[in-house]
Design a protein around this ligand. Structure first.
Ligand SMILES: [Zn+2]
Length: 324
């Protein structure tokens, strides 16, 4: 999800960045036509007058005009998810995984929420579904018991920063707080290290993502299905967008990483029907670490594809990525 500041600075940012964005869009025609301006969620995203970060500015090296101090978040948010790498090359982040079976991962960001997250956990438990929660340090502080329940019930927990700042706008000290302090608190809470990170707004870039992995020990996880649930379009719409897709999204496919938020009532209300429909289609829910472990070097069609209601396999190694 993206914060409201995109709306206000988008016109300026696009004017400044359009040449770079245009050249950065290789492989993803969707992003410019699906600008972050349509995204902004809640008050979770304080806009900082952040100093220019070396990590942020150096990533767009093939787009010199994009090295702007005005909007690195837009550059990065627009660039990161669609980056496609040849099979076998080391990736700096993950938006979907090539798998041989109907495996998908549900992810929930921005929690834990005192009321909604426990409701969601009940819904998941009834269906024996394991999900991945990308949590905010400041919320973990308030509700450590919810994190402990998530772990006890087989879910995975990842770092989503301390207070939802765009990481690519932060200097090193800020990164340390957002990443290391959050990981430390999660580790103290659940008793094991954190290995996954989702940058707020998906705002990262290859260099920052590699730094998050090498210096902070976490793989950067983005997403391939985004229902824009934070805009509260209603449970039925959220459900349909996840299952069938919308805009440029093709909906859920094997290997999909589905983005949602466990701080919105409509999202929680959408989950029973959404999860039941995906189960009925033959999908198997796994955590992000499990999905990563299932990665296939040579993705093959889903074995169960004989049934018309079964999920189809990814069409190619360039399986489409989406981002709002
Ligand atoms: Zn978020």
């Amino acid at each position: 999800m993206f914060c409201r500041f995109f709306s206000s600075i988008l016109p300026l940012a696009l004017a400044i960045l359009s040449p770079a964005l245009a050249s950065a869009q290789q492989g993803s025609p969707t992003n410019l036509s699906n600008p972050p301006a349509t995204s902004p969620p809640p008050a979770l995203a304080p806009l900082t007058t952040a100093s220019t970060n070396a990590l942020a500015t150096t990533t767009v090296s093939n787009n010199p005009t994009a090295i702007s101090t005005s909007a690195p978040a837009i550059v990065s948010a627009g660039m990161q998810a669609p980056v496609r790498q040849a099979p076998g090359t080391e990736r700096s982040s993950f938006s979907s995984i090539h798998v041989d079976g109907p495996y998908i991962a549900m992810t929930f960001d921005d929690g834990p929420d005192a009321k909604l997250t426990p409701r969601l956990l009940d819904i998941l438990k009834e269906r024996h579904i394991h999900a991945t929660f990308f949590v905010l340090g400041q919320r973990v502080q308030d509700h450590p018991e919810i994190l402990q329940r998530e772990i006890a019930e087989g879910h995975e927990v990842g770092n989503h920063s301390w207070d939802h700042k765009a990481l690519n706008k932060l200097a090193e000290g800020g990164l340390q707080h957002e990443l290391a302090d959050t990981s430390e608190l999660i580790k103290q809470t659940i008793g094991k290290p954190v290995t996954l990170m989702r940058p707020p707004y998906g705002a990262t870039n290859p260099r920052l993502s590699r730094a998050i992995e090498k210096e902070y020990g976490m793989k950067v996880i983005l997403w391939s299905v985004d229902p824009d649930d934070w805009k509260d379009p209603g449970a039925a719409v959220v459900s349909s967008r996840i299952i069938n897709g919308w805009k440029q999204s093709g909906g859920t496919k094997p290997g999909a990483i589905i983005l949602s938020h466990d701080i919105h009532k409509g999202t929680i209300e959408a989950m029973p029907a959404t999860l039941d429909a995906l189960l009925a289609k033959g999908y198997k829910f796994v955590t992000i670490s499990e999905l990563l472990a299932l990665e296939s070097k040579n993705p093959a069609p889903t074995p169960s594809a004989s049934s018309s209601s079964s999920p189809s396999a990814p069409k190619s190694s360039n399986s489409k990525k989406h981002q709002s």
